[in-house]
Write a protein that binds this ligand. Structure first.
Ligand code: PLP
Length: 418
């Protein structure tokens, strides 16, 4: 069959239908809020409304129960959650925070907000998550925290990172925006570190439009997160919080509408996650054994929830560049993207060493350098290996899954013509 790139019939000839997890239950939930008439239950000073309204509190309780974790603090995005986590941990100007280079940018901006210095550590080529040996080697007396990202829905080596953090006297934060219900050795991703952060952004497995959830086992951290969420400065004076560090608050509060939608979404989380997981596993099975193509790997005792199905291409074994292969795949109607994100230390904020204000703060506090070659594995994934399919974006039934596999196999079988 002639490749669509060369004028042949595309394997998939209509755009894939968009996925949506929003239905009657969410509509009813929002109606309930409007009938109650209170669209936000928060009040920005200490008192019974400091912790939010009825929906927010109920959503947090339900989340705590679902993820078997005692303390949950809802916020208006995972970005806010990561910022609050840095604040709660007391990150101070000049403190180093270890981060991976392949992630959504908010992961690595979070330390900067408090004057922390992101220290990029390379990833494992199999799971695209932090390489523990390299993390250990990067810890210095200035290191205060590690932010591990459970990228694409696969857990980082969470238990190893947690014990490394413990023995080094530093904190572990999990950016689990992409990994709800992912797990390692029976523990939910997001619940192994000192603080875990989930996203409820529209593009994630389940969503509330915008939103995020912070989880922790430490009641002191939970209180600090709640304070930062809601104008912390107002409760420092009454001494509910002993330690005044970083008790400058924001407004990271979740609305009652979002919380109500979240309660309905959480009811179906296993269904929504396992649906995408089955799709990704089907794709991996259908593309197994192709020369030069490595479907996503799952480590022993882990659950991968596939926010993204990320395969690796080997251009040498494939005999064609990823760019050419990708063009041909697009022409066949197989939606995908390559490379994920450019390693984040190449962003202008690091290259120009300017974050807050005109004088280069907080980089003025550090001689850490950000240069091409810093994380060679991440750079290789970005430049030539990663090919990604966004499993949450499309509603894929068995027929469409078969079409996707056929499209990919068609390009692969004809790649010598590219
Ligand atoms: C989506 C995402 C975020 C940010 O989530 P928001 O809720 O949109 O702020 C942070 N980290 C990762 C890894 C993400 O995928």
């Amino acid at each position: 069959m002639k490749l669509a790139l060369h004028g042949g019939q595309p394997a998939i000839d209509c755009p894939l239908p968009a996925d949506s997890t929003i239905g009657d239950a969410e509509f009813d939930a929002v109606r309930r809020v409007f009938q109650n008439g209170s669209l936000s239950g928060f009040y920005g000073s200490w008192g019974k409304e400091f912790l939010g309204g009825v929906e927010v509190k109920q959503f947090e309780r339900a989340w705590a129960e679902r993820f078997c974790i005692p303390h949950v603090v809802s916020v208006n995005s995972a970005t806010s959650g990561l910022y609050a986590a840095m604040g709660a941990l007391g990150i101070s100007p000049g403190d180093e925070v270890i981060v991976p280079p392949l992630t959504m940018s908010a992961t690595v901006m979070a330390p900067l907000i408090y004057g922390g210095i992101p220290v990029f550590v390379d990833i494992e080529p199999e799971t695209f998550c932090l390489d523990v040996a390299k993390v250990a080697a990067a810890i210095t007396p200035r290191t205060r925290a590690i932010i591990a990202v459970n990228l694409f829905g696969h857990p980082a080596r969470l238990h190893e990172l947690a014990s490394l953090a413990r023995s080094s006297g530093i904190a572990l934060v999990e950016d689990n925006a992409q990994g709800p219900l992912a797990s390692e050795s029976g523990s939910y991703a997001g619940t192994v570190g000192d603080i875990g952060v989930f996203s409820l952004n529209y593009h994630k497995h389940i969503h509330t439009g915008e939103g995020g959830m912070c989880v922790t086992r430490d009641p002191g951290l939970a209180l600090r997160l709640q304070a930062i969420r809601n104008h912390a400065e107002n409760i420092v004076a009454p001494a509910e919080i002993g330690d005044p560090v970083n008790m400058i608050g924001f407004n990271y509060r979740m609305t009652e509408m979002s919380a109500a939608v979240g309660i309905a979404q959480l009811d179906r989380i296993e269904t929504e996650v396992s649906r995408r997981q089955r799709l990704a596993e089907g794709l991996s099975a259908g593309l197994a054994g192709l020369e030069g193509v490595t479907p996503p790997m799952v480590r022993t005792a882990c659950r991968h929830v596939y926010y993204v199905w990320a395969a690796r291409l080997d251009e040498v074994r494939l005999g064609v560049s990823r760019e050419k292969f990708s063009q041909a795949l697009s022409a066949e109607g197989f939606p995908h993207f390559v490379g994920y994100v450019k390693p984040l230390y190449m962003l202008p904020v690091f290259q120009k060493r300017v974050a807050i204000g005109r004088n280069g703060w907080p980089f003025t506090l550090s001689d850490r350098q950000y240069f091409k070659g810093l994380c060679p594995v991440a750079e290789r994934m970005y430049e030539s290996e990663l090919l990604c399919f966004e499993t949450c974006a499309f509603r894929i039934d068995d027929q469409l899954l078969a079409d996707l596999i056929a499209a990919f196999r068609k390009v692969h079988a004809n790649r010598h013509l590219l």
